[in-house]
Design a protein around this ligand. Structure first.
Ligand code: CTP
Ligand code: CA
Length: 226
C-alpha cells in the first residue's frame, strides 16, 4: 500500500477524468477506434478517490472493472458525445485530467445501412473531431488545473511541450510508445511529467497505480497557470 493513498489531500475536490478510446461509427455495425485500454485513466481515478476526491468519469468504451459505487460514471462512445458530457461537468471541476485517447477523425457521414462489399478498394471520407482538451482549455477558469496526456513515437518532449502550450495544460504526462513494458495494454508504464516551467519528472518503469500516485503528487505541487 502506497504511503500517500489514504491521506485525504484531495478531500472534497471535484475531478473530471476522460478515459478510454472513442468509437466513431462508420455504419450500424462498424467503427473506427484505437487500442487504449483506459487503465492509466482508471488508475488515476482510483488514486483520486482514495485521496478523498469526488471523481467524475467520462469513459469511452472500456472493459475495465470500474467500481461504479466509487465514481460518477458517464459512458460515451464518440468524441462528440465525450465532449458534450465533459463540457457539462467542466465549470464545476477543480481538476480535469484528459486521459482519453480521443479519435482525431470520424467518418464524415455515418451510413444508415451496413456498407456492402464492392470494389477491391474502398475509402472512407473522414472529418476532424472536436479537440476536447483544447476547447475546455479555452474555458479554464482561475484556479482550475488541467492535466493532459501525450503519446509520442519521436521528438517526444518537443511534441509534448507543444501540446502543453497549445491546450493550456498545467502539466502533461508524456508516454513514450517505444518504452518496453509501457503503453496501452500493460499494467506497468513509464512516463515523464512536464510542467509549464519546463520542470520534468521521470517515473521510471513502474506500476500504473504507483505512477498514478506520482501524477497526483505532481498535480498537487504544480504552480497554477491561468
Ligand atoms: N485530446 C482531446 N480531444 C481530442 C484529441 C486529444 O481531448 N480530440 C486530448 C487527449 O486526451 C490528450 C491530449 O489531448 O490529453 C493530447 O492528445 P494527443 O492525441 O496526444 O494529441 P493531438 O492533439 O490529438 O495530436 P496528435 O494525435 O496529432 O499527436
Ligand atoms: Ca490524437
Amino acid at each position: 500500500e502506497n504511503f500517500f493513498t489514504q491521506n485525504n489531500d484531495f478531500l472534497d475536490k471535484k475531478i473530471m477524468i476522460t478515459l478510454g478510446p472513442t468509437q466513431e461509427a462508420i455504419d450500424p455495425v462498424r467503427y473506427i477506434s484505437n487500442q487504449s485500454s483506459g487503465k492509466m485513466g482508471l488508475a488515476i481515478a482510483n488514486a483520486f478517490k482514495a485521496r478523498g476526491a469526488e471523481v467524475f468519469l467520462v469513459a469511452g468504451p472500456v472493459t475495465l472493472p470500474i467500481n461504479s459505487g466509487d465514481f460518477h460514471l458517464k459512458k460515451v462512445k464518440s468524441a462528440a458525445e465525450m465532449y458534450q458530457s465533459a463540457q457539462k461537468l467542466h465549470a464545476q471541476m477543480d481538476f480535469c485530467v484528459f486521459a482519453a485517447a480521443v479519435a482525431d477523425y470520424a467518418p464524415a457521414e455515418v451510413a444508415t445501412e451496413k456498407l456492402k462489399k464492392d470494389d477491391s478498394q474502398m475509402s472512407i471520407a473522414l472529418k476532424k473531431n472536436v479537440d476536447i482538451a483544447l476547447e475546455l482549455g479555452k474555458a479554464k477558469r482561475p484556479g482550475q488545473v488541467h492535466v493532459g496526456f501525450a503519446l509520442e513515437t519521436e521528438k517526444e518532449e518537443f511534441y509534448a511541450k507543444g501540446k502543453l502550450d497549445k491546450k493550456n495544460f498545467d502539466l502533461i504526462v508524456l508516454n513514450s510508445a517505444k518504452e518496453a513494458g509501457a503503453g496501452f495494454q500493460h499494467d506497468t508504464n513509464r512516463v515523464k511529467i512536464i510542467h509549464r516551467d519546463g520542470r520534468m519528472t521521470d517515473s521510471g518503469l513502474a506500476l500504473k497505480s504507483d505512477i498514478a500516485e506520482l501524477i497526483l503528487d505532481e498535480i498537487k505541487n504544480a504552480p497554477v497557470w491561468i
